[in-house]
Write a protein that binds this ligand. Structure first.
Ligand code: DP6
Length: 320
């Protein structure tokens, strides 16, 4: 059997940074994200006893670098005794550049692999399986505003609000399309071991989650903006104070932050967030989308601007 699934990346407003258990890839903190609609990864998985080993292609090219994680994830879904698989992945946005491509990839992979193996797993089970390989991927199984809870030895995600309940827009300013110098998983470990701010970051997360959850439920844009920017800058402060320092930003990243602040002084409803990469994600009210787009597109150092609505969770799109 073969199956195809599509998943969208998600952008964390309250960030996951740090692992409680590296073997099970359990996050040290909870997180809240929004799932996008217009960016996606599509994965086709076919188990085939005639193959010698797993094969992975990404946008038509053989990819050996990502293959070990894909193989591990396939075995977690279908069992160690599974047949080898051919996995073809297509992504309509830059991969490994801080646009959460691993989140959409592993979310799509678990859905496709499970269906190709003839299983009927719940979304919660699929989220746990995706989270074993990429903590943030668990959130891409869910649409709209999703919270990943940090509760014990498993991952639990719930939808706080559907995408249609608060139709915000995301404007991504791409300031560099190259791959990131250090993966988020590695960088988190460096932060945990060396950053003097790491303990405080973990301790304060419950407060930030509480504030953001309430802001989302009340659809209070100003409150969400303030806590999301604070949480993002705190995460990057943890990274900057690590040894060696982890600095994903470039000059254009900072320019974009100034653009967002300037827009806000003009009365535009917008705030920024930045993940493990130099891209700036501006979240805005739907009627402010074109002003935010224009301002970011004309910011020095910005190559391309990508706009997205909020979307649904990962879905099976074909199974034969
Ligand atoms: C900064 O989910 O990529 O985007 O679990 O090691 O695969 P691994 O990490 P990953 O980390 C995402 C970090 C972040 C914040 C977030 O998405 O919450």
């Amino acid at each position: 059997m073969q199956a195809t699934a599509r998943a969208q990346p998600n952008i964390a407003l309250i960030k996951y940074w740090g692992k409680r258990d590296r073997t099970l890839n359990l996050p040290a903190v909870g997180s809240i994200s929004i799932t996008l609609a217009d960016l996606y990864t599509e994965m086709n998985v076919k188990f085939d006893s005639k193959l010698k080993d797993d094969v992975l292609t990404v946008n038509g090219e053989i990819d050996q670098q990502m293959l070990p994680r894909i193989s591990r994830c396939l075995s977690a879904v279908a069992g160690e005794g599974r047949d080898p698989a051919r996995v073809d992945s297509h992504c309509n946005f830059p991969v490994a550049a801080g646009l959460a491509s691993s989140a959409s990839a592993f979310a799509a992979l678990v859905v496709a692999a499970s269906a190709a193996a003839g299983q009927h797993r719940s979304t919660a089970e699929l989220a746990s399986l995706a989270g074993l390989e990429s903590g943030s991927a668990a959130r891409s199984l869910y649409g709209g505003f999703a919270e990943l809870e940090n509760n014990g030895d498993s991952v639990a995600v719930e939808t706080l609000l559907d995408s249609s309940d608060w139709p915000l827009r995301i404007v991504i300013a791409v300031t560099s399309a190259g791959p990131k110098p250090v993966s988020s998983g590695e960088a988190m470990e460096i932060s945990r071991k060396t950053s003097p701010f790491y303990g405080r970051w973990v301790d304060d997360q419950t407060h930030d989650l509480d504030v953001a959850r309430a802001a989302i439920r009340e659809r209070d844009f100003g409150k969400l903006a303030a806590i999301a920017e604070h949480n993002c800058l705190k995460m990057h402060s943890v990274m900057w104070a690590s040894r060696p320092p982890i600095v994903y930003w470039n000059a254009a990243t900072l320019e974009c932050l100034q653009t967002v602040r300037e827009l806000r002084t003009q009365g535009v409803g917008v705030f920024f967030t930045i993940d493990a990469g130099p891209q700036v994600k501006a979240i805005c009210l739907a009627h402010d989308e074109s002003r935010v787009c224009d301002a970011l597109q004309s910011t020095s150092g910005v190559g391309r601007v990508i706009v997205s609505e909020l979307g649904a969770g990962a879905k099976l799109t074909g199974c034969v």
